[in-house]
Structure formats: structure tokens, C-alpha cells
Write a new protein. Structure first.
Ligand code: PGA
Length: 260
């Protein structure tokens, strides 16, 4: 079974509207007709809310998905500073990254909230990109699989049966590899991805496990992406730093096209 590779950029708190628009122009110039490219590789960008409209406009008709980097799980109400899944639909977004380690670390996002966000996105028809991953200390203590399993299962416990029926993507992002230049080796990443594939089979059945994409994230770049992507359980990447420059990210997309 070959899963379509999926490369998602995570722009974090970077770029203004002019820069976003320039990015998409260069990205399109380098890759050519994006709708041909997205037929073989899924491409997405998690962008700041100020870039939703310009990004959606630039990506229109190309098959490139624009994602949020966070969402609130309630439908509406007195939650100053938050955006609901319905608002993301209204902004023509395709989904959202949830549970990113920076949100867990700096904004106290926990597994329960991640699960509620997953549920809210799925029920709104949006794609949840669910991030999990261990810290350096946890890896050194041999706790990687336990931590990732707990994060995934605790989040899943908040997802309704109906929402479980909808597509989602898992992003394995070892915290020690994010923004550090220390990429997990293809073998280290593959081991965890295989374990996650087993978790998917346990909770969703073998068939769903086989079609659900598991992305790797953490200092993935144009130089190391091919060796990661060639592993059987690495279905793409969630890319921070290397997604900011069209030259770098388009090289990664080209590498992913070779696995089609
Ligand atoms: P990085 O970030 O590629 O800059 O390490 C990845 C992420 O945080 O999603």
C-alpha cells in the first residue's frame, strides 16, 4: 500500500502578508503547475491567522491546503483570543495543526485539550494534524514509546465515535529535534512511526492504519528529507524552518514526488 506523501509547512509566528504572497509566487514559479504537483504529493502550510486570507487566495485552485496552527474546541463564546473550528471553515481553511510541542510547552496545552480540538476539527469537516513527541530527557530514559502512546491515547479518549470516522494525520515530532538542527535518524524516526502505526491499528483497525499518514517533524530539510521519506512508515513531514524559503521547501516537495 502506498500512502500519498504529505509535506506540511509550519510557519509558526513568521511572515507578513507581503512575504506570504511572495513565497507563494516563488514556490509556484519553481514547481510549475501546483495542481499537477498536489496530485502526487499533498502540500499544506500552517500559517498565522493574519495570513489566512492571503494564503487561501494564493493557493486557490492549486490543491495546496492552508491550515491554522491552533483551534479552540468550543463552538463559540467568551474565549478571548481564540478561533473556533467553524471560524476556520469560514476562512476556507482545510484543517489545523494541534498539540504542537511549543503550544504544549508555552501555552499549557494538554492531551485532553488536544483530543477536544481533534474532535471539534473532525466534526467541522477539517483535517486535524495531531502532534506527539518526547523530550530529550524522556528519550534518554527510554520512555519515548510510553510518552507517545499516552499522548495519542489520552487525546483519542476525547474524540467521539463520529469524529473518529474522519481523516486525521499524526505528526511525530521529537521535541529535541525541533528547531535544533538535530534530526532524528531515519531509523529512530521509523521505529516510532512503526509503533504509532501499531497504535492506529489497535484503535482504528488495520485498514485505517494503513491509509493514515504519519509525518515526521524536527529539523527536516532539503538535505535529509529523502532518506527519511524512504522509510516505509514515514509518510511526509511537518517542516518548520525549512518551509520558510520557497527554494528549500520546493526541493523537499520534489524529493517527495520521487516516492510516488
Ligand atoms: P523545525 O520545526 O523543522 O524548524 O525543526 C518543526 C516543527 O516545529 O513543526
Amino acid at each position: 500500500m502506498t500512502r500519498k506523501k504529505f509535506l506540511a509547512g509550519n510557519w509558526k509566528m513568521q511572515k507578513n502578508r507581503a512575504e506570504a504572497s511572495e513565497f507563494f509566487q516563488s514556490f509556484t514559479r519553481i514547481l510549475g503547475n501546483l495542481s499537477d504537483v498536489t496530485r502526487v504529493v499533498d502540500i499544506a502550510f500552517g500559517v498565522p491567522a493574519t495570513l489566512f486570507d492571503v494564503s487561501v487566495k494564493c493557493a486557490m485552485g492549486s490543491g495546496v491546503k492552508i491550515l491554522a496552527q491552533n483551534v479552540h474546541f468550543e463552538k463559540q463564546g467568551a474565549f478571548t483570543g481564540e478561533l473556533s473550528a467553524g471560524m476556520l471553515v469560514d476562512a476556507s481553511l482545510a484543517g489545523s495543526i494541534i498539540g504542537h510541542s511549543e503550544r504544549r510547552q508555552y501555552f499549557a496545552e494538554n492531551d485532553e485539550a488536544v483530543g477536544k480540538k481533534w474532535n471539534a476539527l473532525a466534526l467541522a469537516g477539517l483535517l486535524p494534524v495531531v502532534c506527539v513527541g518526547e523530550t530529550k530527557a524522556e528519550r534518554e530514559h527510554g520512555k519515548t514509546n510510553d510518552i507517545v502512546t499516552t499522548q495519542f491515547e489520552a487525546a483519542l479518549s476525547q474524540v467521539s465515535t463520529e469524529a473518529k470516522g474522519k481523516e486525521f494525520v499524526v505528526a511525530y515530532e521529537p521535541v529535541w529535534a525541533i528547531g535544533t538542527g538535530l534530526t532524528a535518524t531515519p531509523e529512530q524516526a521509523e521505529d516510532v512511526h512503526k509503533m504509532i502505526r501499531g497504535l492506529l491499528a489497535k484503535h482504528f483497525g488495520k485498514e485505517r492504519a494503513e491509509v493514515t499518514r504519519i509525518l515526521y517533524g524536527g529539523s527536516m530539510n532539503a538535505a535529509n528529507c529523502a532518506e527519511l521519506l524512504q522509510k516505509p512508515n514515514i509518510d511526509g513531514g511537518l517542516v518548520g524552518g525549512a518551509s520558510l524559503k520557497p527554494e528549500d521547501f520546493s526541493k523537499m516537495v520534489q524529493a517527495a514526488q520521487n516516492f510516488h
